[in-house]
Design a protein around this ligand. Structure first.
Ligand code: AMP
Length: 281
C-alpha cells in the first residue's frame, strides 16, 4: 500500500488506474483512528472496485470552535496497518495546508439539509464535510465512495451534494458495525470512561425499543420518539441532543413512520457526543 500526501499524487494515481482501464475506482473517506466500522467500508470497496483509496484526514472545517479537533485520536501507524490489511491500494493522508491552502475561499453548502439534525447541533459541520468530500471526489475521480449509515444525516447531505453538482461518484452506504453489546463503533468511543461506556448503551437501547414498537405496527413518530426518550430518561447521566424520525432524503420530520424512515438519536455520555440510528422497516 502506497501512502500519498498531495492532491496531485492522488489525481495521478487515479488517472493511472483509469488509463489501465481495468475496473472501477473506490474511495473510502475517513478521519482515521480506524476501527472495524471503517474496515467494513474498505472491504466493501475492495469487493466492488478494482482500485481502492482510503483517505485519512482530520478535517478542521467540520469541527466547531469548542469541539474536539485538537484531541481527536490520531493513530497513523495502526491506521496504515488496518487499511493495508483490508486491501487498500493507497492511503491518502494530506496535511491541512494541502487541502485548505491559506487563501482558500471556496466552501460547499447543501442548503436546507446542512442545518438539520447534527447540522443543527453543530453549525457549520456539514459545510465542512461537504467541502472536504467535494475536494476528495474531485481529486480522486472515483466511481464509487463508501460511507457508513452510522452518519446517516451525512449520507443525506452527500447524496444531495453529489446529485446537485453532478460529481459522478456513486455514494454507497454500508451497515453500522457495532460492538457485541450494541454500541455503534466510533473513533470517539475512545474518549469514554468505563461508566460512560455503559451509559452510552442507552442510544442503541432506545433504538431497539423503537424497532420493537415498529414491529408491533406502531407508526406514529410522536409515540416512537416518546418511547426513545423514556429510555434516555431512565439514564439521567446521558444528555439527549436530539431524537428524530425523518425522511432520509430530506431530513424533514415524517408524519408517519413508513419503511425507510430514518430514526436517529444523538446524546452526550460525559462530554462525548455520540450518534446512532436505525432505518425503520
Ligand atoms: P469517520 O472517520 O468517523 O469520519 O468515519 C469515516 C466513515 O466511516 C464514515 O462514512 C462513517 O459513517 C463510517 N463509520 C464510522 N463508524 C462506523 C460504524 N460503526 N459502522 C460503519 N461505518 C462507520
Amino acid at each position: 500500500m502506497r501512502i500519498l500526501r498531495t492532491v496531485e499524487e492522488l489525481r495521478h494515481w487515479s488517472r493511472t488506474c483509469r488509463c489501465a482501464a481495468t475496473g472501477p475506482i473506490g474511495l473510502v473517506p475517513t478521519m482515521g483512528a480506524l476501527h472495524a466500522g471503517h474496515a467494513s467500508l474498505i472491504r466493501a470497496a475492495r469487493a466492488a472496485c478494482r482500485h481502492v483509496a482510503v483517505t485519512l484526514f482530520v478535517n478542521p472545517t467540520q469541527f466547531g470552535p469548542n469541539e474536539d479537533l485538537s484531541r481527536y485520536p490520531r493513530t497513523f501507524e495502526a491506521d496504515c496497518a488496518l487499511a493495508e490489511s483490508q486491501g487498500a491500494d493507497v492511503l491518502f493522508a494530506p496535511t491541512v495546508e494541502e487541502i485548505y491552502p491559506a487563501d482558500a475561499r471556496t466552501f460547499v453548502e447543501v442548503e436546507g439539509l446542512s442545518d438539520r439534525l447534527d447540522g443543527k447541533s453543530r453549525p457549520g459541520h456539514f459545510r465542512g464535510v461537504a467541502t472536504v468530500v467535494t475536494k476528495l471526489f474531485i481529486a480522486a475521480e472515483a466511481d464509487a465512495a463508501f460511507f457508513g449509515q452510522k452518519d446517516a444525516a451525512q449520507v443525506s447531505v452527500l447524496r444531495r451534494m453529489t446529485r446537485d453538482l453532478r460529481l459522478g461518484t456513486e455514494i454507497v452506504v454500508c451497515p453500522i458495525v457495532r460492538d457485541a453489546d450494541g454500541l455503534a463503533l466510533s473513533s470517539r468511543n475512545a474518549y469514554l470512561s468505563p461508566s460512560e461506556r455503559i451509559q452510552a448503551l442507552t442510544l442503541s437501547r432506545a433504538l431497539h425499543r423503537v424497532e420493537a414498537l415498529v414491529a408491533q405496527d406502531e407508526r406514529n413518530p410522536a409515540t416512537l420518539i416518546v418511547a426513545a426518550r423514556e429510555e434516555f430518561a431512565a439514564e439521567p447521566a446521558v444528555r439527549v441532543d436530539y431524537v428524530a424520525a425523518v425522511n432520509w432524503d430530506t431530513l424533514e420530520p415524517v408524519e408517519t413512520a413508513v419503511p425507510g424512515t430514518l430514526f436517529a438519536v444523538a446524546a452526550y455520555a460525559g462530554s462525548t457526543r455520540l450518534i446512532d440510528n436505525t432505518i425503520l422497516r
